[in-house]
Design a protein around this ligand. Sequence first.
Ligand SMILES: [Zn+2]
Length: 668
Amino acid sequence: MSAGKIVHDYPICWRSDDRLVWLARREYFYWVDRVRPEVVKAAKKVEYFFDGPRNRFLAGLAESPPWCVTRERVWGTPLPIWVCEECGEKNAHFSREAIVKRALELPDGPKFELHRPWMDRVVLKCQKCGGRALREPFVLDAWHNSGSAPYASFTDDEFRQLVPVGFLTEAIDQTRAWAYTLLLLNVIRSARPQAPYKAFLFQGHVLSEKGQKMSKSEGNVVWGLDVLRNNSADVARFYVMSKASPEDSVNFDLKEMSGRPYQVLNTLYHLHLYLRQNGDLDGYDPARHTVPWATRRRLLTTVDRWLLAKLSRADETVNRSFSAARFNEGAKALEELVISHLSQTYVRLVRGELWKEEAGERGRRLAIYAVLGSALRKTDELLHPVSPFATEYLYQEVFAPGAWGAPLLAIGKSRGRAARSLQAEKTVDFALKVEEACNSARMKAKLKRRWPLRSVEVLVPVSGAPLARKAKRTVALLCNVKGVGVVTSASRFPADFELRANSSRVGALFKEKTRDVLRELRPLKGGDALRAYSRGRPVKAGPFDVPLSAFELVTKSHEGFEVAEKGGVFVAIGKERDDRLVAEGLVRDVARRLQALRKESGYVPTALLAYAKVRGLEDEDLALLEPKKAEIAFLVRVKKVELAGEREQGSDWKEADLDGRPIYLKVG
Ligand SMILES: [Zn+2]
């Protein structure tokens, strides 16, 4: 014998932190192992979309312990088993009719309430000895109720028609709970290896913005109802769908939600508005002016075909990823379509054509509305499952104005696939790459993007020249330059190239042989340097192969040029701006600020206003802008433009910045 103190771990309640006591109890169990082969067979026929959750579920089934189905509570489904006081015989009765038939005492009459305490007052006659039988005091485990949901909530007819259901989804912890009890009870009840669902998507949890479990005691809970009360349900849905794969947990961050996801829906709204307001001016009819209509009239350009190709790609990605529960991939494809392809590229490239007022251009403008309309209608359709309210509204208002005849969901997918023009897609994609290079060259040279420049030279390998030549017009538009030159030889490009070995990198690679390697290396210049750089293979130095990572390509722009590279495409912009180009840049600067003011003041973009006034201009700018008043009036959609040097302040003048100097604006 020994006596003393022992320190040991003690179980506590995870919710209240109270200490727990282990007790041996007499309870009812399901011997799960007796149906396990059928349960596993049933589970294997279900679609889970991801391997992780599937394996976790199946592994859980293989080792599931006996299920204690009884609880000692008041609320719940009473266990329908009666025990004889005399002989201990147990009888189960599963309907009111069976209970009433065998009753010795029915204190609440035959229509008694089938719950505690009324159920407990019913005394039955023992089927073996005729003695008094009393109900076991247990209720069923609540998971038994939820697992019985399909046949508890449907009539027999409905059950036959609807079960197994097509798709269920719950959080990953339900592998051991709802998904399990649904499966087990269906197998037991049907005596067949059949789950009551065809697909079950197990989802990761929603965590706090810092990635911790949300809990009331930690104070980091975000309440779903608060999120929906204070935000758009569509934005919240898009956020959760796009942020992560369903199988991963999500760090829920309200600030992040009102960033990009809000921007996507907001941009989509403004694109519809843009189409509606411009289209109305030209009598655009979405039912008549379609892509086939424009194609038959040969009104489509490379840029239109590029957008239609991107649209068709997004369509494919969304369909593929949504049916495989990769909702985030589909949402990302739609985000790219709306922000990058539609708003930042397509509208920017066709805006100039929409500004042209000539009647002869009306066909072309209608073709643009047809393409934009087809893209927006398809986007509404594809985004509908994620953000149903906004897309329904936009679809009905823009494509079925005033009708609101049938919901988008009932209309279903628009048929017909846009023909995909690979050539158009490649051409504009190339131009976009050139634009990126051009923008970094402008950054280096401190030349704003909206300042038109005289030229850009694009250096490509001989094989890339045909594509580059096709892209010239688009490059000129995107890069805001007057002329585009395509060059295939480094010697005709306004920059010097040299592939220079970095001796410390060579040293790290070749150790004691470094000196030999450096002596063997010939300097590579011009086209040779460029070819070696773009080949990406090691450079020969006598007997040595020197990896390309030991070199850097040094680029030196010629006088008057600035060079930059993007994805193997080199561009050189001409830095010189003459008065004409400076004036043009200035016009755009001023027009942009006036356009912003129009928008802020709430004018419809298409309305023709009476005047725009600019004050506080310096003499030099005034001289450049005076001859350009008509152009400014056109860009800003006003009848008259007034320019002046003297400052005029007052609450109704808007102060704006023009290259660090204040100017004052007014429209009306
Ligand atoms: Zn008995």
